[in-house]
Write a protein that binds this ligand. Structure first.
Ligand SMILES: Cc1cc2nc3c(=O)[nH]c(=O)nc-3n(C[C@H](O)[C@H](O)[C@H](O)COP(=O)(O)O)c2cc1C
Length: 184
């Protein structure tokens, strides 16, 4: 069986990030035949069209996307939208030549400490992914609310129902990527 390579991207840079912790939990919940590698956005510089060629971290990010079969993006919500960190990285990824996001299957989810669970950020992220011509998984949606109650002090996702929802999201993403990738 060909292994499905999923690239995990967290829109939060902080060490104790719930979104990054959720991606680590996703790694534990993966079905057989799939791998999940996280890309750390902290070395991606601010986008500037004057910078040529692409800086090394940008090239590494674009290559990681190109070499993956699917993306899994965990977005925080900052002021009712996605983080500047995530938008900046996606802007770099969108640049020609050969934008690596085109036709790339992607699943979106997010974690917040509040009661909306990144609902508004995810709606914006869906629009941005459409602009990048990505193939956004329509359902299931996953809004992880009240993060402090669902993760322990070590960043472990401890709530069983949320773990099951995350597992279902992964299974749906893998099926979605297989649908769109002839080599699978
Ligand atoms: C600048 C800023 C703006 C925020 N705006 C929102 C918001 O609009 N909606 C929301 O639910 N949470 C908001 N939050 C709280 C975040 O959801 C919370 O900090 C979350 O833990 C961030 O994700 P992380 O743990 O992955 O870093 C905001 C936090 C920051 C730092």
């Amino acid at each position: 069986m060909i292994v499905m390579k999923i690239l995990g991207i967290s829109g939060s840079l902080r060490k104790q990030s719930y979104n990054t912790a959720a991606l680590r939990a996703a790694g534990e919940l993966l079905p057989a035949g799939a791998t999940l590698e996280l890309f750390d956005l902290s070395s991606i510089p601010l986008y500037n069209e004057d910078i040529e060629p692409f800086p090394h971290p940008v090239r590494a990010f674009r290559a990681a996307i190109a070499q993956s079969d699917a993306l899994l993006i965990a977005t925080p919500e900052y002021n009712h939208s996605i983080s500047g960190v995530l938008k900046n990285a996606l802007d770099w990824a969108s640049c020609t030549p050969d934008p690596p996001c085109e036709n790339k299957p992607v699943a979106i989810f997010g974690v917040s400490t509040g009661r909306f669970g990144t609902l508004r950020a995810q709606l914006h992220l869906r629009e941005i992914c459409a602009a990048l011509e990505m193939l956004v998984l329509p359902k299931p949606e996953l809004f992880i609310t009240h993060a402090r109650e669902k993760f322990d002090a070590h960043g472990q996702l401890i709530e069983r129902e949320t773990r099951e929802r995350l597992r279902a999201l992964l299974e749906a993403l893998i099926a979605w990527a297989r649908l769109h990738a002839p080599r699978m």
